[in-house]
Design a protein around this ligand. Sequence first.
Ligand code: HEM
Length: 488
Amino acid sequence: MDIVKFRDSVYQIRSTEGVRTIIPPTLVGELKGLPEETLSAKTAVSEAMLSEYTQLSADAHSDILTLLLRTKATHNLQRIVSALKEEFQFILATEFPACEDWTPFRIQPFMVRAVSRLSGRAFVGSSLSRSEEWMGVSVNFAITAFIAVTKLQFFPPWMRPVAQYFVSELRTIRKDLAKAQAMLEPLIEERLSYTDTPGSDKPDDFIQWFSDALPDEEKRDYFIQAKMQLLLSASSIHTTSNLTTDCIYDLAVHQEMQDVLREEATEVFAGEDAWERKDSIAKLKKMDSFIKESQRLSGNITSFIRKVMKPIDLSDGTHLASGTSLLTALAGISFDERYFPDPEVFDGLRFWKLRQQQQSPTPTRSSSPTPLTRSHSSVTETPATPSRPAIISSSSSPASSQSPTYLNPSKYHFTSIGDTNQNFGLGKHACPGRFFAAQEIKLILSYLLLNYDIKLRDGEARPNPVVFMMTKSPSQTAEVLFRRRKAA
Ligand code: HEM
């Protein structure tokens, strides 16, 4: 397929999951704000995950889940960071080699366990997050469901009601939900007793927040809590650990970036209480840029999975009939030189430099990316030029709700989203956990950089990603060498 020819057009591909209509970044702005009744993320995800069989859907509780992540989890980051740092030290002490000299280590499986433990600390508290049984169900839920979906897709939809009985992973999912429910039950009961005791110091984790948010008749519905927790794990563990692993591979390749980021981390975390301070992690601006660049080059292949529920007409004349399944070509956008000059080049400070330039903004940017080759009615402002990439942030960062694009100070942040910046999706359903992920990744990278040197074996290239259908993840088997740094 001629990528350049199609990159500003609506086109269709036939995938294993069926026909998908690909929306270019120049038109996605017309869709991202549409209501769920017209363009549905929930239906699209539910269909892609075959939720009626796999249970991978928050159903009626998805809005609570998103709200709690956006509000409670985001606002409690400061408390979470110092607790997470202690947890990470514990994980390193128990699961990471001593690395007195250069020691090869498979980093991807470690990252999955580390992120699961760190997230678990915030979601269920340390008593459960340190349990191997909890780790097992929370890490495996997404993998088991993914295998179940892949197997079910071999059968045409009309056969699936019967075919489901031949997919053993569906039974594993039910067993894991039952195990999670049994583990959560005593904790939920304990939490409910806190609520009843006046003046009690309630735990500050997802079990508690969710318990508080549920209506009275559902507070003792342990199954709902179990399902929400496993969905939370499925959304967060592999996404976050994949990106952290990619960052480690990029650090190993780009040795010079280790010095730059270590210097920044040393400055930020100097002093006894630095890990406790509210603003420490936010000061890691070069690291923020580095992670975003890693994600740009290693991120997923597609984004913006949506299902058209009511017919939509786009400004280029495209008619999207109800029932159409949409995607955007995330990988193509990330390598488009009009948005990212020298797109093949890994420039760890790419977004940091853009943030620096932004200190004296010129208010001429459009709020949708404007291709150089066409114009359409909804875009009225100055087009971007190739030398000034139009990476547009939507305004959904909590700190920047309504600022015009050109004044938005968080435009090039790792957590910024926009029409050409869709690693966390777009619009109302954009990832509500991205601020949480940012904290976790920065904490892990800072701690590792401050304490270890990182490299690949001499002559080795960056480990290749694993691409399966429309998903991409970092190598699970590659070894990276670590060496503990001597105390200064
Ligand atoms: C680097 C890590 C992560 C990446 C790349 C990522 C990416 C995404 C993407 C692409 C979407 C779909 C957005 C859309 O369709 O517009 C999404 C949704 C979601 N993510 Fe994340 N995510 C990450 C981490 C997390 C974490 C840590 C959590 C939880 C703490 C989380 C919870 C969710 C939830 C609940 C949704 C569904 C939102 C909705 O449908 O309204 N994610 N994520």
